[in-house]
Ligand binder design. Sequence first.
Ligand code: ZN
Length: 449
Amino acid sequence: MGRAICHFCSRNGRILKYSFYLKTTPNGKDLYNLIEKLFPINRSITGDGVRETLSIISGIIPLEITEIPSGTKVLDWEIPFEWNIKDAWIKNSRGETIVDFQQSNLHVLNYSIPVNKQLNLSDLKEHLFTNPEMPDHIPYRTSYHNPNWGFCLPHNQFTNLADETYEVFIDSTLAPGSLTYGEYLIKGTTDEEVLISTHICHPSLANDNLSGIAVATFLAKQLMQSKAKYSYRFLFVPSTIGSIAWLSRNEKTVQNIKHGLVLTLLGDSSMFYYKKTRRARTEIDRIVIKVLNDLEKKHKVIDFYPYGYDERQYCSPSFNLPVGRLSRKPHGEFPEYHTSADNLDFVKPEKLEESLELISTVLEEIERQEVYLNLYPKGEPMLGKRGLFKVIGGDAQSKDLQMAILWMLNMSDGDHSMCFISELSGIDMETIQRAKELLLGVELLKKLI
Ligand code: ZN
């Protein structure tokens, strides 16, 4: 099947720029400044660090904050106790602090239970975590659902620890509280939604995922001034449990989501990676790949797999939402991942800006699509009695039009735009347009978007 060139999307292979919002030039420095401000905060899946983070974002866009009490059932999960921490350290036998939470919040195993005791080196080692592949950096480790305490430190420091008595202290609380997430809905002229989701649970790590937070925040800021067809829903949620909690509270309305993106890892210098939706052949898949190609961005497309970020939840079988994931180098594939080397030097203002511009272009492209709905979707409607066979003769052009009518009827289910149908069918856009006009004329179609 040939690939149709859609004259409505492209001219000479380039995307036409129709801004549907007031174009404010994204400035990478603004995004970077937000990252700098959020970087020192100790975040987790619950706690005051998440609230402080959302409060800072609320200074830029008006977030609605939701608190879900500990113990609440959310799908197959339960909201855990809330975790907060004031201080933590390890002291050697001379009373010198050798690991200090005040120096880096990565030093503490995230969700550590409180501890205050003396112990020898071999017992201490049971609670120490390192990354030998990045021996000068502190790894980021968590223990959300398995009560434990621990410290993370550079492997080179770990191997030089003397065989002596150590004092460990973690001033944390794990107690009934709540899980917090932020949400911002920008109403469009329709109820059909585009979901932008990003995770907010990592402590001092810049690319994973302050970059995603910064891009989503400034994308929302741009869209605040828009006159868009779609409604745009921005979610700032703790990874996994946060998106599961949101889904559990919005089960009845998630089918309004027609396109979605999970944003993460968008500030480093590597190329773009797009992870397709579970359905694999949706409008968001088509458009992101098209924009990456049209803007000549170096990129790689990955098929869906059930691991990664919150796309796992949105694309779980029952929801199966058309949500893809846009990142640069994916998690686990760069040495700085989940270590203290994912710091403010690792993310670049110009890369953040490039990421924001790319996603803005994707949204513009989504907005420009026309979507129709087949009003008689049960079986093929009878075309003869509506006089539609009269337009179909024996020549090749007529044959294309006949096929275009069938394609438009079959694929106009609310999920496929005319450009998508043109691409799927290999029929040029003019013929698809003509089929649409004929079908509108006999009231077999109505415009949805
Ligand atoms: Zn991570």
